[in-house]
Design a protein around this ligand. Structure first.
Ligand SMILES: NC(=O)c1ccc[n+]([C@@H]2O[C@H](COP(=O)([O-])OP(=O)(O)OC[C@H]3O[C@@H](n4cnc5c(N)ncnc54)[C@H](OP(=O)(O)O)[C@@H]3O)[C@@H](O)[C@H]2O)c1
Length: 154
């Protein structure tokens, strides 16, 4: 199964200013809705609490601290699922990610919730494709595959 992390990020790698921010600055919600429609969406409890109500209709799994990512993923016998944040959940699911879909926005927060809030093992990414979000404003979603064939050295 493809396990796809999807996020809007700032140029300095943040996904929110704080844990309870509803991400209204993101301009790729329409792409998010289209891509996740019909697929399981996994997210942390903070993210669910901040969710804009229009996303309520899809199959959402809310992760709590006692949950084991492997067991959650085993439940789904689907072609793909999405990991939709926040930073803590992105870190916990990082060993299982097969793809990253990232939309860098023209913002710098300086501080806040990082794409991966807790330290993770390094990931090697292979570029797949780029999708226009708002081409004239320079907004594109970058789609990467995670290369699990290489071993990182310091
Ligand atoms: N820009 C984007 O694309 C994007 C995408 C998604 C989310 N966000 C934003 O990211 C923010 C939320 O991110 P987040 O990292 O704070 O939260 P999160 O990953 O959504 O949820 C927090 C997770 O960490 C667990 N947790 C909390 N405290 C813990 C502790 N002390 N020890 C162990 N586990 C703990 C929670 O479990 P319990 O439920 O058991 O507490 C929950 O599973 C929101 O502002 C959201 O809007 C942005």
């Amino acid at each position: 199964m493809d396990v796809i992390l999807i996020a809007a990020i700032t140029q300095d790698g943040f996904i929110a200013r704080h844990s309870h921010e509803t991400v209204r600055w993101s301009r790729d919600l329409h792409i998010f809705k289209k891509q996740t429609q019909g697929w399981p969406v996994i997210m942390g409890s903070h993210t669910f609490d901040c969710l804009q109500k229009e996303l309520d209709s899809r199959e959402i799994y809310i992760v709590h601290r006692g949950d084991e990512p492997e067991k959650i993923l085993e439940k789904y016998k689907k072609e793909k699922c999405f990991v939709a944040g926040g930073g803590k959940i992105n870190s916990r699911f990082s060993p299982y990610l097969t793809h990253l879909y990232l939309t860098p926005h023209p913002r710098v927060f300086g501080r806040g919730i990082r794409l991966f809030a807790d330290p993770i093992e390094a990931l090697d990414l292979i570029f797949d494709q780029m999708i226009a979000v708002e081409e004239k404003k320079g907004l594109f979603q970058f789609q990467y595959r995670v290369n699990r064939d290489i071993h990182h050295s310091v």
